[in-house]
Write a protein of this length. Structure first.
Length: 179
């Protein structure tokens, strides 16, 4: 008899978890041209309007990622982590048709390659704009040999957390200390 153990909702994310959470949000911004505004709208829809009322509040929570250009010390409170996890999952569900198109092998190779190229260029632009380029972790993210692998991993993760059981799946993934 198999028994699953759910991660507690009040568990705080470590450094790697904060990095991955922010990268998933960046990937969603790269997929949606109005990603910042869509995230604020989604926060209101999820009932986090008071916690994350605008882009500045959302940005200040995301600045706990140590790879960011402007970073805050200390951990992110558990309720803020939970709000961001719910946000990632809700945005992934909203973007699921696009995620499915990226992962689909049914489309012509040129169309699929073009979609991946657009996503790659948008994500790279966001990483250059918002991350501290002197950090070795950011340099690894931007390395041409690792970038495509990272992008595919981000899209797969977003596709897996879209839907009903996405929140506990993402939470467990972020609490996992493995890189």
């Amino acid at each position: 008899m198999s028994q699953t153990i759910a991660a507690p909702a009040d568990a705080k994310l470590g450094r790697r978890g904060l990095e991955r959470l922010d990268l998933l949000l960046l990937a969603e911004e790269a997929l949606d041209l109005n990603g910042g505004e869509a995230m604020v709208w989604m926060c209101r829809q999820l009932g986090y309007g008071e916690l994350l009322p605008d882009r500045v509040a959302l940005w200040s929570r995301r600045c706990h990622n140590p790879l960011r250009r402007a970073t805050r010390r200390g951990g992110l409170p558990a309720r803020d982590c939970e709000a961001l996890i719910h946000l990632v999952c809700a945005m992934a569900e909203r973007l699921y048709p696009l995620l499915r198109q990226l992962l689909s092998g049914a489309e012509p190779a040129e169309v699929n390659a073009h979609r991946w190229t657009l996503f790659h260029s948008r994500l790279q632009d966001l990483l250059h704009e918002r991350m501290n380029l002197r950090r070795s972790g950011v340099q690894r993210l931007l390395a041409p040999d690792r970038a495509r692998e990272l992008e595919r991993q981000l899209i797969l993760t977003l596709a897996l957390v879209a839907g009903n059981a996405g929140v506990p799946r993402l939470r467990a993934s972020l609490l996992d200390s493995a890189p």
